[in-house]
Design a binder for this molecule. Structure first.
Ligand code: DGY
Length: 323
């Protein structure tokens, strides 16, 4: 029997690409150039499976393919707000993602950002590299202590839980959680966490707020001017979720007018474009969407896609089906 044809939209770790090539009739994107909506449409027309990732736009336009051959979008990444769900349903396309395997690494990066912004690590490195360091002194780049402070976590899925574990067991932080659904009491108890029933109730209580909710229309600008105003004036916001969750213009105002202590972002609205105003904010740490960027996580994500594909083509329900 002929092997199913699969198209991979970006470069993946070599070990995963090699396994894909063994199992499938695979089209790889060796140039790693982002695909246009027209190229995505063509891929859906001519392959049994398309393997996109979180920076591909699978909008209604890119998925306007009445005669698609593809039956599955096996996404590389946990977030899938870049895929137009009504189009996928309308086309009878199954969608899978890659949860779990990136949770620890993404939480590690959220903690990295938290520490960096609290301890002014970005400012320090910029000063040193620019040759402007004049030496140790008691008042130099004084930051904020992290240990024992209160962390608010918005979105208590797998990554939010890993963040809580690091914060509570590593740094003795007090954890407060907002989650759409009630969180199991035993699960909260593992980090001595308290759940509150609104974002507005959480924000004024926290020294740090870390976002771990999904992106997409439902959470667009969840953190807006009004909510930034509810934060303590010296509190820090950390976003490793999705850029659109934060109203960037409101954040720029809050940072420029010292309405909050600072912020740290791994994701941006409309990335890889970064607002030039964000670049002007010294009390802001920025990373280029590195949450899951470890060899271990990126390979595991790829192998998780392979598991989903193999279930699908053997007629089983893939464990990571989301649509
Ligand atoms: C995801 O998987 O959704 C991340 O943003 C990429 O690591």
């Amino acid at each position: 029997m002929a092997k199913p044809s699969v198209l991979v939209t970006r470069r993946w770790p070599a070990a995963v690409e090699a396994q894909l090539a063994e199992n499938y009739n695979v089209s790889l994107n060796t140039g790693d150039k982002p695909m246009s909506p027209a190229e995505i449409r063509q891929a859906l027309k001519s392959h049994d499976a398309v393997l996109p990732t979180v920076t591909d736009t699978l909008s209604a336009e890119a998925m306007d393919v009445p005669d698609a051959q593809a039956k599955i979008l096996a996404n590389y990444g946990v977030g899938y707000s870049h895929i137009c769900a009504p189009s996928a349903r309308g086309m009878g396309l199954m969608v899978t993602n890659t949860p779990d395997v990136l949770s620890e690494c993404t939480a590690d990066l959220a903690m990295t950002l938290l520490l960096m912004v609290a301890r002014r690590a970005g400012e320090g490195e910029r000063e040193l590299r620019a040759g402007n360091w004049t030496g140790w002194r008691p008042t130099h780049l004084v930051g904020t202590k992290v240990s024992g402070k209160t962390l608010g976590i918005i979105g208590y899925g797998r990554i939010g839980q890993e963040m809580a574990r690091r914060a509570h067991h590593g740094f003795g932080m007090n954890v407060i959680v907002y989650n759409r659904r009630p969180v199991d009491r035993d699960l909260l108890a593992t980090c001595n966490a308290t759940q509150v029933n609104s974002v507005d109730a959480l924000l004024p209580l926290c020294d740090f707020v870390s976002l771990h909710c999904p992106g997409g229309a439902a959470n667009r600008h969840l953190i807006n001017a009004q909510r930034l105003n509810l934060m303590k004036p010296d509190a820090f916001l950390i976003n490793t979720a999705r850029g659109e969750v934060v109203d960037e213009w409101a954040l720029i105002q809050a940072l420029m007018f010292d309405m909050i202590g600072g912020a740290a972002l791994d994701v941006f609205d409309g990335e890889p474009r970064v607002s030039p105003d964000l670049l002007q904010c010294d009390n802001l740490v920025m990373l280029p969407h590195l949450g899951s960027a470890t060899r271990e996580a990126r390979e595991a994500m790829g192998f998780r896609v392979l598991d989903n594909l193999s279930d699908f083509f053997q007629g089983h329900e893939p464990r990571d089906r989301v649509i």
